[in-house]
Design a binder for this molecule. Sequence first.
Ligand code: APR
Length: 180
Amino acid sequence: MKVQFGASRLELVQDDITRQIVDAIVNAANTDLAGGGGVDGAIHRIAGPSVMEETRIRYPLGCPAGDAVVSSAGELRAKFIFHAVGPVWRGGQQRETELLRSCFRRCLELAEKHECDSIAFPAISTGVYRFPVDLAAENSLDEIRKSFTTLVRPKLVRMVLFDAGIYGAFARVLESFVIG
Ligand code: APR
């Protein structure tokens, strides 16, 4: 599914994020930038050990939830990886929604700063971190839509959803944006 917002395009695809050819690939990392399963495991497996080595040296204190840091992309077909740390869902009273939105905003700001025309996001926090998928879809897509009104780049934002259920949830929200 593709929707044009002025000069920028928002796409939803059901795919593996490590297969994307874009300027920046976003990782769903943890505060220690220590690697893990899910998208994080897949990205580091394909990117190779140089990426973990780089983040260990550049970010010895890790990265707080709601923020993101940049590294090179190793063997991925991208220029950068943005390692974003989503919130762990703890019932909704711990600023989870605000922190999820902040992850998307920070990555889009990094994309502008590093002159990236295209960026691919996974559905941050919807796996191991158990963020409710419908709520994640609503807030993730709304934050992306908002960025199109303030940032010049990126021109293409692709949400890469791994399974059909999560793709469906994001597609329903994006349709509601179009229909209004
Ligand atoms: N491509 C795209 N999406 C993927 C892929 C992939 N290769 N693999 C998994 N996903 C999807 C999951 O289906 C889920 O919808 O990414 C979404 C986020 O899931 P997680 O990777 O579990 O990320 P998150 O919920 O943010 O939890 C982060 O998990 O792996 C650890 O180190 C990571 O501790 C951190 C935590």
